[in-house]
Design a protein around this ligand. Structure first.
Ligand SMILES: [Zn+2]
Length: 501
């Protein structure tokens, strides 16, 4: 399957135009003009950002491992990446963004073997589920979405070059990266690994935290496992080499930005740096951006606590996907996000306020002319919004600027102070806001739940039945019925139709 086809996200809207290039809505005399800046995990500093070459941002972000449905903690990171993409473009840059799909790893092999399926058969379902979930959350498709299994040969060639450079050793048919050959190891996670035991190694993709060991680049197949036949031997690549090789192949030896979840800093990104810089002798990425963890109702998300949610679990409870997107985007990415159902309800309410505001602006009958104070207020609100986003994507401040403006303009409209010529700039600001937050457009037509959402909820109901959670399954069925969708369980699966009105 081609993941890149069809796209993850919503179609381009007029609001996606680079806002800062819009002369009618950007005030060059605005008081604060700070450059775009990000906190760089590598330097532990906030640094001004611009791409190294021409106007293009070369960016790599670690994608999903398709052994299961992605959970909302994963989607917190993917939503951060989407906001980052949109803000870079609003800042006038061109994007060249690569995201990998890890479709071979220990868990995938284990599960595929257990089901008697090929890797492709096993991962196809989860790749498609990921694509569908991203579309529901309006996450834009990166310029390149690249599955690891389509780049095995390039990975083997890179490992061969690391062999030639003296960075590896073999044991029992597997090839390991020798960390001692890369003295800067630890520079991203800022850990001191000088005391690590030379030769201590792991060959699995799952690591204990803070445990630095030589890691597997190429793993000899165990009995019955999937493998590829390459010059370096029969085997399959480790997880880390996948990202280094695909990043360099598509983006060149030095990236502008590498991003991912904070849990990837060590060992994954540290290992990516060791491999890549040993291969090229150049810095692997200029900026490293990491999104913090997501908690659920104040607790770490875990299956055993019963607070582990996939996107479809949440949509199955009747929340619109844009409320999930809003909640995930509303907390600045370097702060821990506490996901609560109260928060989701508030997100829904906030979106309704924005939509009502837009409707009132569009349909209100205002006297002719312009209210200069209001025009000035609009420019100031835009500047505040932009300044917040430029400040390491401070989405909370940006939202605060929007809602303060909304409140003031509503008051002005109540008092009859709004003028017809203030309408355009106010709607432009809303469009600019929505080119980043993307929540104004309802997912389905008013009063009608969309086909994709019906399918999602049916899947959530099937999952609930499989987990013998019949109360939840029944709740989903009843909720759909309330919304005019009738389910029929047949031998071949669940059929559905809309109630005729
Ligand atoms: Zn990666």
């Amino acid at each position: 399957m081609q993941l890149a086809e069809g796209g993850f996200g919503n179609p381009p809207q007029a609001g996606n135009l680079p806002y800062k290039a819009c002369l009618t809505c950007y005030d060059e005399n605005s008081p604060i003009s700070m450059p775009l800046r990000f906190y760089n995990t590598l330097s532990q500093q906030v640094e001004d950002f611009s791409p190294a070459r021409d106007n293009t941002v070369r960016m790599y972000t670690c994608g999903p491992t398709v052994y299961d449905y992605a959970h909302i903690g994963n989607f917190r990171t993917f939503t951060f990446v989407d906001i980052l993409r949109r803000w870079l473009r609003a800042s006038g840059f061109v994007l060249d963004h690569v995201m990998n799909i890890t479709d071979v790893d220990d868990k995938i092999i284990r599960n595929a073997v257990a089901r008697g399926q090929s890797l492709d058969e096993y991962t196809a379902h989860y790749k498609e589920a990921f694509r569908a979930d991203c579309a529901l959350l309006r996450l834009e498709t990166p310029e390149h979405v690249v599955p690891a299994t389509e780049h095995i040969h390039q990975m083997a060639l890179a490992i061969d070059r690391l062999n030639a450079g003296g960075h590896t050793y073999s044991s029992d048919g597997s090839i390991y990266f020798r960390i001692a050959t890369f003295p800067e190891y630890g520079k991203l996670s800022h850990n001191d690994f000088s005391g690590i035991r030379a030769g201590a190694r792991v060959d699995v993709d799952e690591y204990e935290k803070a445990d630095a060991r030589d890691f597997a680049l190429w793993k000899a197949p165990k009995q019955g496992e999937f493998s590829w036949d390459e010059k370096i031997g029969r085997g399959r690549p480790g997880w880390h080499i996948e990202c280094s090789v695909m990043a360099i192949e598509y983006l060149g030896e030095t990236l502008d930005i590498h991003a991912g979840g904070i849990d990837l800093i060590f060992p994954h990104h540290e290992n990516e740096i060791a491999q890549s810089e040993s291969l090229t002798g150049k810095p692997f990425s200029r900026f490293w951006l990491h999104a913090e963890f997501l908690m659920v109702e104040g607790q770490k998300m875990s299956k055993s606590l019963g607070n582990y949610f996939t996107l479809r679990d949440i949509l199955g409870r009747g929340y619109p996907p844009e409320a999930v997107r809003y909640l995930l985007a509303s907390v600045p990415y370097r702060k821990t996000l506490n996901f609560t159902f109260d928060g989701l309800q508030s997100a829904k309410t906030a979106i309704e306020r924005l939509r009502n505001f837009k409707l009132r602006l569009e349909t209100g009958a205002f006297p002719g002319g312009v209210n200069e104070a209001l025009a000035e207020r609009t420019r100031a609100a835009q500047s505040q919004f932009d300044a917040a986003m430029d400040d390491d994507l401070n989405t909370a401040e940006a939202l605060a600027a929007m809602f303060e403006y909304l409140r003031e303009v509503n008051t002005a409209m109540d008092a009859g102070e709004m003028r017809a010529d203030n309408r355009g700039a106010a709607l432009d600001f809303l469009a600019h806001f929505d080119s980043i937050f993307a929540v104004l457009q309802p997912t389905a037509e008013a009063g009608e739940i969309g086909d994709a959402e019906v399918e999602e909820r049916i899947q959530a109901r099937n999952d609930a039945k499989k987990a013998r959670n019949f109360a939840l399954a029944d709740q989903i069925r009843r909720k759909l019925l309330e919304e005019g969708v009738i389910l029929e369980d047949t031998k071949t699966g669940t059929r559905w139709k809309r109630k005729s009105s």
